[in-house]
Design a binder for this molecule. Structure first.
Ligand code: HEC
Length: 438
C-alpha cells in the first residue's frame, strides 16, 4: 500500500517536472564534473603534494585516483584543512605569493560535485596534465627552478630503530669559493629521511666571527610541511666564501632504521649583482615563560618587539608546537592606531612561510611595536595534544611548547621609507592598512 502510493507520488513528480524544466528561464543546470570543473582546482592547489613520490598519502592526478576519496576531499576542503593554509581569511592581509588556498566558490564547487555523486564528465574536457619538475625535494623548485647551490649535512645520518630523540649540531662546509647574495632558500630532509626529521634549522656558522657577516645569521628552518623562503625582489642575504653552515637537527626515530641527508638549497642572485637591501629574519614576540595548565583551552600569552628602524616586512611564519591553537600579529603604531597584520589557526602539521606580495608587504615606521598573541589548547579537543593531563611549558621537544613568529624584513632609511609609502598610496589610494603613517 505504502509502496504503491510512493510509486504514484514519484510518477506525478517526474511527469510534473518535465514541463517545469522546459518552462524555466535557462537550460537545465548541468552537473559539475571532474574533468571540467574539479581537475583545474586539483592541479593548482593539490597536486604538488598529492602525486606519486610527494609527501601526501594518495595521488589526486586522475579520476581513478581521486574518486575513492571524494567524501574525504569534501570534508577536508570544507573545513579548510586542505590545502594546508592556516591564515585566518576573515582578518588581516590576504595577499600572498604562491597562495594555493581555495576561494569560497571553489570550495562550493567541490562540495556540489561530491554531493552530485562525483561524476567524471566528458574525458575530452580534461585539461592537459601538469608537468612536474622534480619537486619531490624542493618545494620552491616549482616556482624558481632547481636551486643553484645545495649544501647537505656532512655525512648521511643514520637513525637507529626506536632510538631516543636526538638534538645535534652538524657543521657543513659550504664549499663556496666566492661571496654570493642569496635570493631564496629552503631546508629539506632527504626523501628517505623525511619521516624522522622533526626539525632542521640552518644558520651561518664560523668560529672566525668576521666571516659571519651580519646580525642575520639565522637562515632557514624545516619542519613538517615547511615551504621555502623567497626574499623580496631587490633584497638579498650575503653568504661569504668559506662560510660554514650549522644544521641543528632534531631526529625522532621510527621502528625501522632510516638514513637522512638533510640539505640546504640556495637560489642565488646573478654573479656580481649586489641587492639594494639586506634581508633580516628574526623571531618576534618570543615568550619563553609559558604556563599551560593541564586540560585548559585558550591559554594566552603576549610578546612584543620594538622596531628601532623603518621596516618592510616580507614573510610571516608562526612557530608553535603541538598545543598551539592560534596566533595573531598586530602593529601598534606611534599614533596609537593598532592594525592586525595576520592571524593563523595553527595546525602543528604545517609550518608554512607566508610570503606577502610586494604591494601587501607591511610598511612599518620606526617606533612601531609588533605585538604577537598566541593561544594554546591543552584540552582533549586538540587532536595534536600528546597528553592533556600534563602541564606544558617552553621547551625544545614538540611535547613542550613555543610561542613566537619567524618574521623577515628589510630596513628602509627615512627617505626610502617615505618614498615607498608615497608609491604605495599612489597605487592603492585609501589603503592604509599596512602603512604606519597617519
Ligand atoms: C602541501 C602539501 C599538500 C597540499 C597542497 C594538499 N595536501 Fe592533502 N594532504 C597532504 C598530506 C601530507 C596529507 C596527510 C596528512 C594529513 O592528513 O593531514 C594530506 C591529506 C589529505 C586528505 C586526507 C587523506 C586521508 O588519509 O584521509 C585529503 C582528502 C586531502 N589531503 C585532500 C587534498 C585536497 C583536495 C587538496 C587540494 C585542494 C590537498 N589535499 C592539498 C598534503 C597536501
Amino acid at each position: 500500500m505504502r509502496v504503491a502510493a510512493f510509486g504514484i507520488l514519484v510518477g506525478v513528480l517526474v511527469i510534473g517536472s518535465v514541463p517545469a524544466a522546459q518552462n524555466s528561464a535557462g537550460p537545465a543546470k548541468t552537473p559539475l564534473t571532474f574533468t571540467k570543473d574539479i581537475v583545474p582546482i586539483l592541479q593548482r592547489s593539490c597536486q604538488d603534494c598529492h602525486r606519486p613520490g610527494s609527501i601526501a598519502p594518495m595521488s589526486l592526478l586522475t579520476y581513478e585516483d581521486a574518486r575513492p576519496w571524494a567524501r574525504s576531499i569534501k570534508a577536508r576542503v570544507v573545513n579548510r584543512e586542505m590545502p594546508p593554509w592556516t591564515i585566518d581569511k576573515n582578518v588581516g592581509i590576504q595577499s600572498f605569493k604562491h597562495d594555493r588556498s581555495l576561494t569560497n566558490a571553489e570550495i562550493a564547487k567541490i562540495a556540489a560535485w561530491v554531493d552530485d555523486g562525483a561524476p567524471r564528465g566528458n574525458p575530452a574536457d580534461m585539461p592537459p596534465p601538469r608537468v612536474f619538475t622534480d619537486t619531490s625535494k624542493w618545494t620552491l623548485a616549482g616556482v624558481l627552478g632547481p636551486p643553484d647551490y645545495v649544501i647537505p649535512i656532512p655525512e648521511p645520518f643514520v637513525v637507529e630503530p626506536n632510538a631516543p630523540n636526538m638534538w645535534i649540531d652538524l657543521i657543513a662546509e659550504s664549499g663556496l669559493t666566492e661571496d654570493r647574495w642569496i635570493r631564496a632558500f629552503e631546508t629539506k630532509p632527504s626523501q628517505e629521511g623525511f619521516p624522522v626529521v622533526h626539525h632542521a634549522t640552518t644558520s651561518l656558522y664560523d668560529e672566525d666571527a668576521d666571516v659571519v657577516s651580519d646580525d642575520s645569521v639565522s637562515f632557514s628552518e624545516y619542519a613538517l610541511g615547511k615551504t621555502g623562503d623567497i626574499l623580496a625582489e631587490n633584497s638579498g642575504f650575503l653568504i661569504k666564501a668559506g662560510t660554514k653552515v650549522r644544521f641543528n637537527m632534531h631526529y625522532a626515530a621510527k621502528a625501522e632504521r632510516i638514513t637522512d641527508r638533510t640539505s640546504l638549497g640556495l637560489w642565488l642572485h646573478p654573479k656580481g649583482y649586489v641587492p639594494k637591501f639586506k634581508h633580516i629574519r628574526q623571531s618576534v614576540g618570543n615568550v619563553q615563560d609559558l604556563d599551560i595548565p593541564p586540560g585548559e583551552n585558550n591559554v594566552r600569552v603576549d610578546g612584543y618587539l620594538f622596531l628601532k628602524d623603518n621596516v618592510r616586512m616580507t614573510v610571516f611564519q608562526p612557530h608553535l608546537h603541538n598545543r598551539g591553537k592560534r596566533q595573531c600579529m598586530e602593529a601598534i603604531f606611534t599614533d596609537g592606531r593598532v592594525e592586525t597584520l595576520n592571524c593563523v589557526n595553527w595546525n602543528f602539521g604545517w609550518h608554512i612561510a607566508y610570503n606577502y606580495t610586494e604591494d601587501a608587504q607591511p610598511l612599518l615606521p620606526k617606533g612601531t611595536v609588533l605585538h604577537v598573541t598566541t593561544w594554546h589548547d591543552n584540552s582533549t579537543a586538540n587532536k595534536w595534544n600528546p597528553d592533556p593531563r600534563n602541564w606544558a611549558g617552553f621547551g625544545q621537544r614538540s611535547s613542550d611548547d613555543m610561542a613566537f613568529a619567524h618574521v623577515s624584513w628589510y630596513v628602509l632609511n627615512d627617505d626610502e621609507y617615505k618614498q615607498t609609502v608615497e608609491e604605495r598610496n599612489h597605487r592603492s589610494p585609501g589603503n592604509r592598512t599596512t602603512v604606519g603613517a597617519p
